[in-house]
Ligand binder design. Sequence first.
Ligand code: ATP
Length: 151
Amino acid sequence: MPIRCEIVSQDRMVWEGDADIVVVPGVGGEMGILPNHAPLLSTLKFGILKVRRRAEEELFTIAGGVIEVQPDLITVLADSAENVAEIDVARAEDARKRAQEILKEGPPRDTDAYLKLEAALRRSNLRLEAVRRYRSGKRSRMPSMSQTESE
Ligand code: ATP
Protein backbone atom coordinates (compact mmCIF):
# COMPACT_ATOMS: atom_id res chain seq x y z
CA MET A 1 0.00 0.00 0.00
CA PRO A 2 1.45 3.39 -0.98
CA ILE A 3 1.20 6.51 1.13
CA ARG A 4 -0.64 9.64 -0.05
CA CYS A 5 1.54 12.72 -0.37
CA GLU A 6 0.47 16.36 -0.68
CA ILE A 7 2.94 19.18 -1.26
CA VAL A 8 1.42 22.60 -0.69
CA SER A 9 3.17 25.96 -0.90
CA GLN A 10 1.95 29.37 0.20
CA ASP A 11 0.21 30.05 -3.10
CA ARG A 12 -0.72 26.66 -4.59
CA MET A 13 -1.03 22.88 -4.44
CA VAL A 14 2.30 21.88 -5.95
CA TRP A 15 1.77 18.13 -6.18
CA GLU A 16 -0.39 15.33 -4.84
CA GLY A 17 -0.20 11.64 -5.46
CA ASP A 18 0.78 8.23 -4.14
CA ALA A 19 4.30 7.33 -3.07
CA ASP A 20 6.25 4.25 -2.06
CA ILE A 21 8.77 6.47 -0.27
CA VAL A 22 9.19 10.20 0.25
CA VAL A 23 12.60 11.58 1.18
CA VAL A 24 12.55 15.05 2.71
CA PRO A 25 15.23 17.58 3.73
CA GLY A 26 14.74 17.48 7.50
CA VAL A 27 16.57 19.96 9.72
CA GLY A 28 18.59 17.05 11.08
CA GLY A 29 19.30 15.54 7.64
CA GLU A 30 17.44 13.59 5.00
CA MET A 31 14.45 11.59 6.27
CA GLY A 32 12.92 8.75 4.31
CA ILE A 33 9.24 8.18 5.02
CA LEU A 34 7.50 4.93 4.17
CA PRO A 35 3.80 4.01 4.32
CA ASN A 36 2.55 3.35 7.87
CA HIS A 37 5.11 5.69 9.38
CA ALA A 38 4.43 6.76 12.95
CA PRO A 39 2.77 10.20 13.30
CA LEU A 40 5.35 12.98 13.10
CA LEU A 41 5.53 16.76 12.89
CA SER A 42 8.85 18.23 11.85
CA THR A 43 10.58 21.21 10.27
CA LEU A 44 12.12 21.15 6.81
CA LYS A 45 15.16 23.07 5.66
CA PHE A 46 16.01 24.27 2.13
CA GLY A 47 16.68 21.26 -0.07
CA ILE A 48 15.30 18.60 -2.36
CA LEU A 49 12.26 16.45 -1.67
CA LYS A 50 12.01 13.17 -3.57
CA VAL A 51 8.85 11.19 -4.21
CA ARG A 52 9.24 7.70 -5.57
CA ARG A 53 6.38 5.59 -6.88
CA ARG A 54 7.31 2.32 -8.62
CA ALA A 55 9.92 3.25 -11.26
CA GLU A 56 8.94 6.94 -11.28
CA GLU A 57 10.59 9.68 -9.29
CA GLU A 58 9.56 13.32 -8.87
CA LEU A 59 11.93 15.90 -7.43
CA PHE A 60 10.94 19.17 -5.77
CA THR A 61 12.83 22.16 -4.44
CA ILE A 62 11.60 23.04 -0.95
CA ALA A 63 12.50 26.41 0.54
CA GLY A 64 11.83 25.32 4.11
CA GLY A 65 8.53 24.47 5.73
CA VAL A 66 6.93 21.81 7.87
CA ILE A 67 5.92 18.21 7.36
CA GLU A 68 3.13 16.32 9.03
CA VAL A 69 3.12 12.54 8.74
CA GLN A 70 0.21 10.24 9.45
CA PRO A 71 0.31 6.51 8.65
CA ASP A 72 -1.54 7.03 5.32
CA LEU A 73 -0.80 10.70 4.52
CA ILE A 74 2.23 12.99 4.23
CA THR A 75 1.47 16.70 4.12
CA VAL A 76 4.26 19.12 3.28
CA LEU A 77 3.57 22.82 3.86
CA ALA A 78 6.43 24.58 2.14
CA ASP A 79 7.29 28.26 2.19
CA SER A 80 7.96 27.80 -1.50
CA ALA A 81 8.17 24.64 -3.64
CA GLU A 82 8.60 23.73 -7.28
CA ASN A 83 8.78 20.54 -9.28
CA VAL A 84 12.37 20.53 -10.58
CA ALA A 85 11.02 19.68 -14.06
CA GLU A 86 9.00 22.95 -14.03
CA ILE A 87 11.65 25.37 -12.84
CA ASP A 88 12.03 28.38 -15.11
CA VAL A 89 15.80 28.81 -15.32
CA ALA A 90 15.77 32.31 -16.83
CA ARG A 91 13.47 33.50 -14.06
CA ALA A 92 15.68 32.01 -11.36
CA GLU A 93 18.77 33.56 -12.95
CA ASP A 94 17.08 36.97 -13.07
CA ALA A 95 16.04 36.64 -9.42
CA ARG A 96 19.58 35.71 -8.40
CA LYS A 97 21.10 38.57 -10.41
CA ARG A 98 18.64 41.07 -8.92
CA ALA A 99 19.48 39.98 -5.38
CA GLN A 100 23.23 39.90 -6.01
CA GLU A 101 23.20 43.38 -7.53
CA ILE A 102 21.37 44.86 -4.56
CA LEU A 103 23.79 43.15 -2.17
CA LYS A 104 26.76 44.42 -4.17
CA GLU A 105 25.51 48.00 -3.92
CA GLY A 106 25.38 47.59 -0.15
CA PRO A 107 23.07 45.34 1.85
CA PRO A 108 19.85 46.99 3.11
CA ARG A 109 20.13 48.36 6.66
CA ASP A 110 16.59 47.36 7.42
CA THR A 111 16.72 43.83 8.88
CA ASP A 112 13.46 42.68 7.26
CA ALA A 113 14.56 43.87 3.83
CA TYR A 114 17.93 42.20 4.29
CA LEU A 115 16.38 38.88 5.35
CA LYS A 116 13.94 38.96 2.42
CA LEU A 117 16.78 39.57 0.01
CA GLU A 118 18.87 36.81 1.50
CA ALA A 119 15.93 34.39 1.29
CA ALA A 120 15.30 35.32 -2.36
CA LEU A 121 18.96 34.65 -3.12
CA ARG A 122 18.82 31.27 -1.37
CA ARG A 123 15.64 30.30 -3.27
CA SER A 124 17.11 31.18 -6.64
CA ASN A 125 20.39 29.38 -5.83
CA LEU A 126 18.47 26.29 -4.75
CA ARG A 127 16.42 26.25 -7.97
CA LEU A 128 19.44 26.72 -10.20
CA GLU A 129 21.47 24.11 -8.34
CA ALA A 130 18.60 21.61 -8.56
CA VAL A 131 18.30 22.13 -12.33
CA ARG A 132 22.06 21.79 -12.77
CA ARG A 133 22.19 18.56 -10.80
CA TYR A 134 19.00 16.77 -11.63
CA ARG A 135 17.85 17.84 -15.07
CA SER A 136 20.81 16.50 -17.02
CA GLY A 137 19.14 13.12 -17.38
CA LYS A 138 22.37 11.44 -16.32
CA ARG A 139 21.68 11.14 -12.64
CA SER A 140 21.11 7.85 -10.92
CA ARG A 141 17.58 7.10 -9.80
CA MET A 142 17.94 7.93 -6.12
CA PRO A 143 20.94 10.25 -5.70
CA SER A 144 22.25 11.50 -2.40
CA MET A 145 21.46 15.19 -2.11
CA SER A 146 22.42 16.06 1.40
CA GLN A 147 24.60 18.98 0.29
CA THR A 148 22.28 20.48 -2.31
CA GLU A 149 22.20 23.96 -0.89
CA SER A 150 25.68 24.42 0.43
CA GLU A 151 27.69 23.23 -2.56
P1 ATP B 1 10.93 35.45 -8.25
O1 ATP B 1 11.82 36.53 -7.68
O2 ATP B 1 11.44 34.87 -9.53
O3 ATP B 1 9.46 35.86 -8.30
P2 ATP B 1 10.27 34.15 -5.81
O4 ATP B 1 10.90 33.05 -5.05
O5 ATP B 1 10.20 35.48 -5.15
O6 ATP B 1 11.00 34.23 -7.23
P3 ATP B 1 7.42 34.12 -5.75
O7 ATP B 1 7.03 35.36 -6.48
O8 ATP B 1 7.38 34.09 -4.26
O9 ATP B 1 8.87 33.67 -6.28
O10 ATP B 1 6.63 32.84 -6.29
C1 ATP B 1 5.44 32.86 -7.01
C2 ATP B 1 5.24 31.46 -7.57
O11 ATP B 1 6.20 31.20 -8.60
C3 ATP B 1 5.45 30.34 -6.54
O12 ATP B 1 4.46 29.36 -6.78
C4 ATP B 1 6.83 29.79 -6.83
O13 ATP B 1 6.91 28.41 -6.49
C5 ATP B 1 6.93 30.01 -8.32
N1 ATP B 1 8.29 30.23 -8.80
C6 ATP B 1 9.17 31.15 -8.36
N2 ATP B 1 10.32 31.12 -9.07
C7 ATP B 1 10.15 30.12 -9.99
C8 ATP B 1 10.98 29.57 -11.03
N3 ATP B 1 12.21 30.04 -11.26
N4 ATP B 1 10.48 28.58 -11.78
C9 ATP B 1 9.24 28.10 -11.56
N5 ATP B 1 8.41 28.56 -10.60
C10 ATP B 1 8.86 29.57 -9.82
